[in-house]
Design a binder for this molecule. Structure first.
Ligand code: ATP
Length: 310
């Protein structure tokens, strides 16, 4: 009997994103601190007996997501995750994958990586592979630098390409406001702008060290200290490509955000609030500014990828 298995994976925000100069293969060494947020991608996996993979996409109710740019073929990260899992475990069945997107596309919040992580977990169960979490983590690393964190969740330091993870200690909950744009920023274009700025010496290479201020604020559960410690080396390049994000950062400041940054490679702006109530007030302020296409609130740290039990 075929059954549908569901898994959900979280979005992420980078609390620190330090980027080194590119290596000969073009990859940039990173030191980053990720936090998982309770905005979810859901993947439903239903085995097929004909060995084919099929993929459909929907948007979660009320989510500020334009899914028109999401590929429906073998370039989709969820599809690639299913293929890799099948190859690794000698699975001959196929699968219907249904993605329900709650994370903005190309928003710097790792929505595609979350789909890959959720597809790994859902297909592993649907195909009854018996894969361990460690085995899934190894596959996640092969799919993309942000996929291991989507699987892991919570708060973690990412080294190497961001995929070498160490859990970070945190206390309490942090409340975020996320201001999204309909037009995405492609991650490669933001890194290309970063490289151009390094070459033109407009941007110094950062020391690739874990930011102690971030770690201390996380352990203390102190949003004010965390807000002033947020850093992102890709923020300058993202602002150069999309200058209106600077106005959004100013609007977050005017709404007394503890801190605000461009999330990852952008264009989502993430603003940290003092409390859940402050997050709601700040969201109303940012909506009224009309500088973002959508504004949502979210809390972290959220769990990693989990099966959804019916
Ligand atoms: P990151 O924060 O990891 O850089 P992102 O959140 O900025 O990623 P994604 O939403 O993951 O960006 O998608 C970036 C691009 O990847 C999309 O524009 C799309 O072409 C492609 N893509 C592949 N698989 C998916 C997927 N499952 N969902 C969304 N986009 C996907």
């Amino acid at each position: 009997m075929t059954r549908t298995v569901r898994a959900k994976a979280p979005a992420k925000v980078n609390l620190q994103l330090a980027v080194g100069a590119p290596e000969p293969d073009g990859y940039h060494p990173l030191v980053t601190v990720f936090q998982a947020l309770d905005l979810w991608e859901t993947v439903e996996a239903t085995p097929r007996t004909d060995g084919q993979i099929r993929l459909t996409v929907d948007v979660a109710a009320g989510a500020p997501v334009d899914a028109s740019g999401v590929p429906l073929d073998g370039t989709n990260l969820a599809w690639r995750a299913a293929e890799l899992l099948a190859r690794t475990f000698g699975i001959t069945d196929g699968v219907d994958l249904h993605l329900i997107k709650g994370v903005p596309v190309a928003g710097g919040m790792a929505g595609g990586s979350a789909d890959a992580a959720a597809a790994l977990v859902a297909c592993a169960e649907a195909w009854d592979t018996g894969a361990t979490r460690g085995e899934l983590l190894t596959l996640a690393r092969r799919l993309g630098a942000d996929v291991p964190f989507s699987l892991h969740g919570h708060t973690a330091v990412g080294l190497g390409r961001g995929d070498d993870l160490m859990p970070a200690m945190t206390h309490g909950e942090f409340h975020w406001v996320l201001a999204t744009q309909r037009d995405g920023l492609s991650t490669p274009s933001v890194f290309a702008e970063y490289d151009r700025r390094i070459e033109a010496r407009e941007q110094a290479r950062s020391e690739l060290e874990i930011d102690r201020e971030v770690m201390t604020a996380l352990m203390a559960g102190d949003p004010v200290a965390l807000g002033s410690a947020l850093t992102n080396d890709l923020e300058g390049p993202a602002l150069a490509l999309m200058p209106r994000l600077g106005e959004l950062l100013d609007a977050a400041d005017a709404a007394e955000a503890c801190g605000a940054i461009v999330s990852g490679s952008g264009p989502t702006v993430a603003a940290l609030a003092r409390s859940r109530q402050h997050a709601l007030a700040m969201a109303a302020h940012l909506r009224a500014s009309r500088l973002a296409d959508a504004v949502v609130t979210a809390s972290g740290p959220a769990s990693g990828t989990v099966l959804i039990q019916d």
